[in-house]
Design a protein around this ligand. Structure first.
Ligand code: HEC
Length: 159
């Protein structure tokens, strides 16, 4: 076989795999109530990760290793596609969603807000590796801001 044919075959099988994977996940998550639950789970992971770092900074029983694991979780989640976390049709009114419909009004803006988490978490990870608590506290605050800004505008306050 020529290289060209091999390449075309390889591309075709990769496309097939992607299609199969995508098809599966799309089918599995098609229920809006499930999507809301998934998002809340995802957000809880973020909250848990940030919480571990905060506990370390405040000396409340978390070790440096806990903090490192926490920020690794935040980083991993931050790399997810926001479209998968915030699929359309999952605003307030669907299950117990607290996502304001405004979140979908300017999707570019929402994407930017989501994309801001990753660089902040990367700096937080570096600070944790560095071991300077003051620096970690500062980077934690900066990362928190990326969460809080989105919550402030797009999340219904629950009491
Ligand atoms: C692009 C916007 C956006 C960003 C960025 C964001 N969140 Fe959220 N978050 C939301 C929305 C919207 C909800 C409400 C979700 C729902 O109820 O369906 C939410 C809900 C939550 C919840 C409550 C989940 C539950 O149990 O109902 C936690 C905890 C949370 N976020 C933590 C975080 C943390 C920590 C970060 C930053 C590392 C973060 N979020 C970044 C939009 C965002």
């Amino acid at each position: 076989m020529s290289n060209r044919v091999v390449n075309v075959l390889a591309a075709a099988s990769v496309a097939g795999m992607l299609f199969a994977t995508f098809g599966l996940s799309a089918a599995g998550a098609a229920d809006p109530a499930e999507q809301v639950k998934d998002r809340q789970q995802t957000m809880k992971k973020l909250g848990g990760g940030m919480g571990a770092v905060a506990k370390y900074v405040k000396n409340e029983g978390a070790t440096a290793e806990d903090a490192a694991k926490g920020v690794a979780t935040v980083l991993a989640v931050s790399k997810m596609d926001p479209k998968a976390i915030f699929p359309e049709g999952t605003a307030v009114g669907v299950a117990d969603s607290a996502a304001k419909p405004e979140l979908w009004k300017d999707w570019n803006d929402t994407q930017k807000r989501w994309a801001a988490v990753q660089p902040a978490a990367t700096q937080l990870e570096a600070a944790i590796k560095g071991g300077d608590r003051a620096q970690i506290a500062q980077a934690l605050g900066a990362t928190s801001k990326t969460c809080g800004g989105c919550h402030e505008d797009f999340r219904v306050k629950k009491n």
